[in-house]
Design a protein around this ligand. Sequence first.
Ligand SMILES: Cc1cc2nc3c(=O)[nH]c(=O)nc-3n(C[C@H](O)[C@H](O)[C@H](O)COP(=O)(O)OP(=O)(O)OC[C@H]3O[C@@H](n4cnc5c(N)ncnc54)[C@H](O)[C@@H]3O)c2cc1C
Length: 412
Amino acid sequence: MRLAVAAFLPFESMEFSLSPELRDLQARTRTFIDEIVIPAEPRLPRDVSDWVDLRGELQDAAKQAGLFAPHIPQEYGGLGLNWRDCAVIFEEAGRSLLGPQALNCAAPDEGNMHMLEKIASPAQKEKYLRPLAQGKIRSCFSMTEPNGAGADPNLLKTRAEYRDGKWIINGRKWFISGAIGASYTICMARTQATDGRPQTTEKRSGATMFLVDADNPGFRIVRHVPTLDLGWPGGHAEVEFVNCEASDDAVLGAVGEGFEYAQVRLGPARLTHCMRWLGAARRANEYAVKYANARESFGKTLAEHQGVQFMLADSEIEMHAARLMIWHAAYLLDQGDKARHETSMAKVFVAETVNRVIDRAVQICGSHGIAEDWPLALLYREHRAFRIYDGPSEVHRMSVGRRVARRALAAK
Ligand SMILES: Cc1cc2nc3c(=O)[nH]c(=O)nc-3n(C[C@H](O)[C@H](O)[C@H](O)COP(=O)(O)OP(=O)(O)OC[C@H]3O[C@@H](n4cnc5c(N)ncnc54)[C@H](O)[C@@H]3O)c2cc1C
C-alpha cells in the first residue's frame, strides 16, 4: 500500500507495507526476545561492570539465530538493514531492555557504529568499527560536560591544541554512557583556538572528534555517576582528559567538523532510541492489557470499566502515532534526507508517549506496577532520562518552532 505523507512541506510517497523478508525477520526477532532474552531478565546485572558474561551469552545466541547487528553493513558482519527496516526490528528488540544488548544495537555503540561507518578512515574502521560491530568491544561518546556542553553543545569547553606534531586534549565530561569497560571513547573537543594548524573549514563551531583509547594515560574514569536508571553496561561516568595525547590518526574525519559529525550521529541515533523505546512501551502496555482483562473490580473486569478503556485507548493511539512518525523519519533518512525536523518531532513525541504509556501501565497494574516482580517498575525508572538525553524535549521543540516560524517568513 502506498500512501501520500505530508513531510516538512512537499508531499512524499512512502511505502507502509513490510516485505515478506522483513516480516520473517520481525517474527524471528519477536520469538527470540520472548524465548531467549526475556527469560534472562532475572539475571540482569545490578552492577555496571558485571555485564560481560550475560551480554556475550545473549549476543552469541543472537548470532546463532541470524539476528545480530541488524543495522550494520554485511561487510562488517551485520544484516545491512536500512533505517525503515531497522525501525521494525529495533522495536521488537526493545520489548526487553536486554534485547538491544543481545542484538548489539544498543546505545551508545549503535550510534558510534553508524558514525564510524560514515566518517572513519579505512584504518580507523578496521581498528574501531569492526570489533565494535562484532560485539567484541564496547565504546562510548564523550560530549556532555559539567557546566559546559549540555542541552547547548556550543558551550563545549574541552580543548585540543596542536603542539609539536600531536594533539593535546584537556577537559572533563560526564554522563558518558558505557564508559566503564569501554575500549575507546569518541571525544568532542574545541579546536578553534590558534593551534598553529589550519582548520579545514571556517565553521564557527571549530570542534573536532578524536578517537581516544581507554588505556591512553591521559584519559581517566573519575567516577561512576549513580542514576535513576540502571546505567547498563559501563554506567554513566564522569571522565577526564588531562594532557591526553592524540595523533593525527586519531582525528575522526576532518578537523573542525565535529558539530557536523555530531548531527550525522545524533540524527539517526535519536530516532533509533525512539524505535527501541517504543518496544519498551509496548511491553509495558502488554502487561496493562493482560491485567485489565484478568483483574476484577466492582463486579467486572478492569477492561470493562470505561476509565481503564480510555487509558488503553490513549496508549494505543499514541503508540500508533509514534510508530508512524518513526517510520516516516526513517524513510526520509533512507532517502538521504537529514530529516532534522522529523527526527526532532519524533524525539519529542515518542519520548513523551513512552513516558505516558509506561505510567498508565503502572497505574492500571496497581501495586504490581510498582513491585519488582514484573518489569514495569524497571521500565518506569529507565525511560525517564529519554526526555533529556539526545536533546531535551524543550530544545527539540525550540528547533521545530524556529523552523516553523522561518518557513512562514520565507513563504511571504
Ligand atoms: C541517562 C543519560 C545518558 C547520557 N549519555 C550521554 C553520553 O553517552 N554521552 C554524552 O556526551 N552525554 C550523555 N548524556 C548527557 C545528555 O546528552 C545531556 O544530559 C543533555 O544534552 C542535556 O544536557 P544537561 O544535562 O547538561 O542539561 P542542561 O543543559 O543543564 O539543561 C537542563 C534543562 O534545561 C532545559 N533547557 C535547556 N535548554 C532549553 C531551551 N532552549 N529552552 C527550554 N528549556 C531548555 C531542559 O529542560 C533541560 O533538560 C546522557 C544523559 C543521560 C540523562
